[in-house]
Ligand binder design. Structure first.
Ligand code: NAP
Ligand code: G4F
Length: 325
């Protein structure tokens, strides 16, 4: 039985990846940081019905000795580094923490693997945010990066450390440059989930308006359930490499929002308010990924359309809000 260690197992991607690996017969271990509300942090694993099937280990990305102890004791075949301070807007308010966890945290995991289990296959959760002020209209593995937030700068450091450990130490270390991916398990602070939750509340008469920031920004949105398959495929290859994972379609926040309102039979213009206070200090205006390499080498393609995903998310939020009333 193969053993996998997932950092960030309590997050959106960690939960879907754990589900995928359990289905493939892996023993799944997840790094969990200490919290005073332990009953809250496994909510996504419970939602997927797998909380009793994964083994949790205590540790923190900022604490190298805990990572070394875990990798030494576990001797995992595969290590997926998904943990991060992952909300871009917060990275301007907490730039040093973001650098310490999202950037240096990756170096800590790489060091733990290099010292304790150098033949483990390693995955780094890199991000399309690294393209920032885009240098090419369609972004691929060869497009130059131009980070526009402390989060993106931290991810860029982690990305290059992953490449460097592959080239310096011969580690099987891959970096997945994933474009935005969402699901009913997405954190409420991200725009798709804020929209689907907000629209569901309006539909159920709990609120009347939805306040958003820059609705002209364009994103290439896919489904997290599809994207974790690409992570796994990268670690099954003979040689480690870097891959863009994207749908190849870009849509404005405004049009994504319209899909949610229309699914509920509501007119968006009656409820949507643009609030300049929600704009960011620097924006990533457009992301559009070219996943041709992932398709050719991994046989990976996005399976879920934006419409299907937003409808699934709205329905999940309608159920959640109705159940809590
Ligand atoms: P998420 O839902 O925000 O999950 C982040 C995870 O990191 C949580 O499990 C969190 O634990 C954990 N974490 C945070 N700080 C930690 C620390 N100091 N030590 C240990 N664990 C810590 O993020 P996601 O959407 O699943 O994304 C997964 C990864 O992919 C992230 O690295 C993200 O930056 C990257 N990424 C995401 C996307 C996307 O569109 N979703 C796209 C590209 C890249 P708690 O539950 O305790 O908070
Ligand atoms: O949903 P978002 O917060 O995601 P963002 O900033 O693109 O980052 C996500 O995707 C990255 C991959 O490219 C990941 F690396 C990262 O960890 C995260 O998962 O915002 C999307 C867009 C932005 O342009 C933002 O300005 O939506 C715009 N937006 C407009 N109004 C809003 C809002 N975003 C949020 N969160 N809330 C709003 O009210």
């Amino acid at each position: 039985m193969k053993k996998a260690l997932i950092t960030g197992i309590t997050g959106q991607d960690g939960a879907y990846l754990a589900q995928l690996l359990l289905g493939k017969g892996y023993a799944v271990h997840g790094l969990v940081r200490r919290s005073s509300t332990t009953d809250m942090n496994d909510v996504r694993l419970r939602w997927l019905g797998i909380v009793d099937d994964v083994q949790m280990v205590d540790g923190d990305l900022a604490d190298l000795s805990s990572l070394m102890r875990i990798v030494r004791d576990l001797q995992p075949d595969e290590v997926y580094n998904l943990a991060a301070q992952s909300f871009v807007k917060t990275s301007w308010q907490q730039p040093l923490l973001t650098g310490a966890i999202t950037g240096l945290g990756c170096a800590n995991v790489l060091e733990a693997v290099r010292i304790e289990k150098p033949d483990a296959h390693f995955y780094q959760a890199s991000s399309s945010e690294m393209y920032g002020l885009i240098q090419e209209p369609l972004q691929s593995e060869t497009t130059p990066f131009y980070p526009r937030s402390p989060y993106a700068a931290a991810k860029l450091y982690a990305h290059w450390m992953t490449v460097n450990y592959r080239e310096s130490f011969g580690m099987h270390a891959s970096s997945g440059i994933l474009f935005n991916h969402e699901s009913p398990l997405r954190g409420i602070e991200f725009v798709t989930r804020k929209v689907t939750d907000g629209v569901a509340r309006i539909k159920l008469g709990v609120s009347r308006e939805l306040r958003l920031g820059n609705i002209d920004a364009k994103r290439d949105w896919g489904h997290a359930r599809d994207y974790v398959k690409a992570m796994w495929l990268m670690l099954q290859q003979e040689r480690a490499d870097d891959y863009v994972v994207a749908t190849g379609r870009t849509v404005t926040v405004r049009d994504m929002c319209r899909i949610a309102f229309e699914h509920c039979g509501l007119a968006m213009d009656d409820h949507l308010v643009v609030d300049p206070a929600l704009f960011r200090p620097a924006e990533v205006d457009l992301l559009l990924g070219n996943a041709a390499k992932a398709k050719a080498r991994l046989g990976w393609e996005a399976e879920t359309s934006l419409e299907e995903m937003i409808q699934e998310m709205v329905d999940a939020d309608l159920n959640r809000i109705s159940a809590n009333r």
